[in-house]
Design a protein around this ligand. Structure first.
Ligand code: SF4
Ligand code: SF4
Length: 77
């Protein structure tokens, strides 16, 4: 099933709180084990949903919850 949305995370702005992972209803965000320049483990968008996952719907919950305003959401038609 094709995803209906995508997000772009500014990994250098991210403080690694991982609230976005918690709120995402489609499990579309994971933790990047590679630290950013501030020394945090930033969130990373799963570009390719794994088997059985429906992928980002563009619901914007992650962007709304992010205290650092590090997430932009794009919706596909
Ligand atoms: S909510 Fe924002 S600051 Fe927190 S991990 Fe996600 S992108 Fe980073
Ligand atoms: S827009 Fe919604 S579905 Fe997409 S990554 Fe953010 S919380 Fe998850």
């Amino acid at each position: 099933m094709p995803a209906k949305g995508k997000i772009v995370i500014d990994r250098e702005r991210c403080k690694g709180c991982h609230l976005c992972l918690v709120v995402c209803p489609t499990n579309s965000i994971e933790v990047d084990s590679q630290l950013n320049k501030k020394g945090y483990s930033p969130a990373r968008f799963k570009e390719n949903p794994t088997e059985g996952e429906k992928g980002c719907t563009g619901c914007t919950s992650c962007a709304v919850v992010c205290p650092e305003v590090a997430i932009e959401v794009y919706r596909a038609k």
